[in-house]
Design a protein around this ligand. Structure first.
Ligand code: FES
Length: 106
């Protein structure tokens, strides 16, 4: 018996901006690092057009959960894959601060 096919509703998509500002700040290498990572079966990495957050480039957006990461480098890719995509814990210091505001009193 064949394994059931993944449906779009089961997938998490990481949109990695490949527009001008993100590209100028290393977005292509970020995309390549994410694509080369050991991804869970339910995750796809997709190049995207501008995500509208150019001043915080390079950016990535995970849908459908709507997690936004900013000021990423290729070196951040393994952490995002391991901590967020594999273990379910967002990488707080890379979350977009205007979209994911949180306060720490420590
Ligand atoms: S160029 Fe990447 S968010 Fe606009």
């Amino acid at each position: 018996m064949n394994a059931p096919q993944k449906q779009p509703a089961d997938l998490r998509t990481v949109l990695v901006c490949q527009n001008c500002t993100c590209l100028a700040r290393g977005g292509e290498k970020l995309l390549q690092a994410l694509q080369a990572a050991d991804l869970p079966d339910d995750v796809e990495i997709v190049a995207s057009d501008c995500l509208g957050q150019c001043n915080m480039a390079p950016n990535a957006r995970i849908i459908p959960e709507e997690t936004w990461y900013c000021r990423l480098s290729p070196e951040d890719a393994p952490r995002i894959v391991r901590e967020h995509l594999q273990e379910g814990k967002p990488v707080k210091d890379k979350l977009h601060p205007r979209i994911h505001s949180y306060y720490s009193f420590l």
